[in-house]
Design a protein around this ligand. Structure first.
Ligand code: NAP
Length: 299
């Protein structure tokens, strides 16, 4: 049976705090670990949970250890913490890139009698209610208790209406390159493109009714998020250079269409996009949703 002690490494960070609150609400005893003691103390006090600044001490009695630190440092932390864990403990990360983390988790569970899992919550620290949000699940393996313990843990998430999508690390990284990296990149490029024209956003906003306004707000909501993580999501994902090649080819194609005033080719590229999006479940109502969002902005 799943024990009640959870340690969150990176517990003073955005996602660490989300899950500290979550596990506490579900009756777990939560301990936070991080390096900066002042911040850790403040956050632990606010969350009314314990904290420790000694890594070994913080995890030795834990039934579940969650690693919630920057992507680049997650594999080394898994290697460091695995030997300290008690038998049958669950060790999981929530890093946004999985290929390197999976390898290290797989090695750890072969070397120690522990149970390893890799999760990717598809939401950020601003989440209020997790219902209908997705957590991507990658099962790694572990002891004879693995199936039961992991089932119990995942059942907690399911009972709150979270949608669990199971996959493998390679497919995960390919897909999040598109679902996270690409929208982040396009919006960073969008704002830099406008900046390079020397018009201010305020000035441009006077010339818009709908599309630009919505696009601008979306881009502004992205650019004020966690820069380090957004960089890691693109730079650490091996798939991302391939996507940039595809983008470069498309831009070249687009430029040729515009330069040649080739309306037939424009229709072709436009229709390709249309046909592709028609298969999507949101397609029918997208234009309606657009005006629902606009209502908020035009209040
Ligand atoms: N933010 C999101 O929207 C989101 C969504 C899904 C998944 N994730 C994943 O969640 C993880 C954490 O993201 P976050 O946004 O919560 O980051 P964050 O707010 O920057 O928090 C990072 C935490 O890790 C600690 N930390 C940093 N480096 C450390 C190290 N080397 N050893 C031990 N502790 C360290 C930090 O405290 P100290 O510096 O004091 O040690 C802090 O508590 C990342 O892997 C990210 O990919 C994030």
């Amino acid at each position: 049976m799943l024990g009640k002690n959870v340690t969150i490494i990176g517990g003073s960070g955005g996602m660490g705090k989300v899950f500290a609150r979550y596990f506490k609400k579900h009756g777990f005893n939560v301990i936070l670990y991080a390096r900066n003691e002042d911040i850790l103390r403040r956050e632990a006090k606010e969350l009314k949970v314990k904290y420790l600044t000694n890594l070994e001490e913080s995890v030795k009695d834990a039934d579940i250890v969650m690693v919630s630190i920057p992507i680049r440092t997650t594999p080394d932390m898994i290697k460091e913490v695995a030997p300290y864990l008690k038998d049958n403990a669950i060790l999981f990360d929530i890093s946004s890139i999985k290929s390197s983390v999976f390898k290290v988790l797989d090695e750890a569970r072969k070397q120690y009698p522990i149970n390893c899992l890799s999760l990717h919550p598809m939401f950020g620290p601003g989440i209020v209610n997790m219902r209908n949000y997705v957590i991507i699940v990658i099962k790694v393996g572990g002891t004879r208790e693995y199936a039961n313990l992991i089932k119990e843990l995942l059942q907690i998430f399911k009972s709150d209406g979270l949608i669990l999508t199971e996959t493998d690390p390679i497919l995960h990284d390919k897909q999040v390159a598109l679902t996270l990296g690409v929208p982040h990149m396009l919006n960073i490029i969008f704002l830099n493109l406008l900046k390079n024209t020397n018009f201010s956003l305020g000035e441009l906003t006077k010339y818009t009714g709908t599309t630009f306004l919505l696009q601008k707000v979306f881009a502004e909501s992205i650019i004020q998020r966690e820069m380090e993580m957004f960089g890691e999501i693109q730079i650490e994902n091996h798939e991302f250079l391939y996507i940039l090649d595809l983008l470069e080819n498309l831009i070249q194609e687009y430029k040729t269409i515009i330069y040649n005033k080739d309306f037939n080719e424009f229709e072709k590229i436009f229709t390709q996009g249309l046909e592709y999006s028609k298969e999507d479940s949101h397609f029918q109502n997208s234009y309606k949703y657009f005006y629902e969002f606009m209502k908020i902005l035009k209040k």
